[in-house]
Write a protein that binds this ligand. Structure first.
Ligand code: AMP
Length: 130
């Protein structure tokens, strides 16, 4: 069965798209740790990120770098943090999280809430900086 992220790539369920190319897709995390929290995925579904072919992992990271640059231009923060968990969704993904302190990267923190309009505006701003 297709992962929820494959359904996002195929447009079967909606997402707030941040960036895309032929092989990779970036979209806002729906339960963000911070404003602008983005997920970067390969369109081709692989469960575990370290099962990717080394070149594919490199390309995914290069794409994530471009997204992180756009994210940093958009959201006032010290750094863009990078994390890989994959404990919930079995489709390799990189979390990019705008950080001001170490505590901002704690995945047990309460998630931020935004309206659909706010999510759309954030995604649009990042897209325009990509
Ligand atoms: P993990 O697999 O542990 O890295 O966590 C999965 C992440 O995907 C969580 O931060 C969720 O908030 C996020 N997530 C799950 N479903 C969606 C969705 N439909 N759209 C955007 N983000 C999602």
């Amino acid at each position: 069965m297709a992962s929820i992220f494959t359904k996002i790539v195929n447009g079967e369920i909606p997402s707030y798209k941040v960036a895309e190319n032929e092989r990779f897709y970036a979209f806002l995390d729906i339960n963000p740790l911070a404003k602008g929290h983005t997920l970067v995925i390969p369109k081709q579904e692989t469960d575990y990120i370290f099962d990717l072919q080394p070149d594919d992992l490199g390309e995914l990271m290069k794409f994530a770098q471009k997204v992180a640059v756009a994210l940093k231009k958009t959201i006032a923060c010290n750094r863009i943090g990078v994390a890989v968990l994959g404990l919930d969704v079995p489709h390799a993904h990189i979390h990019l999280v705008p950080l001001n302190s170490e505590a901002d990267m704690n995945f047990r923190n309460p998630r931020k809430e935004f309206s659909k309009e706010e999510f759309e505006a954030i995604a649009e701003q990042i897209r325009s900086n990509f």
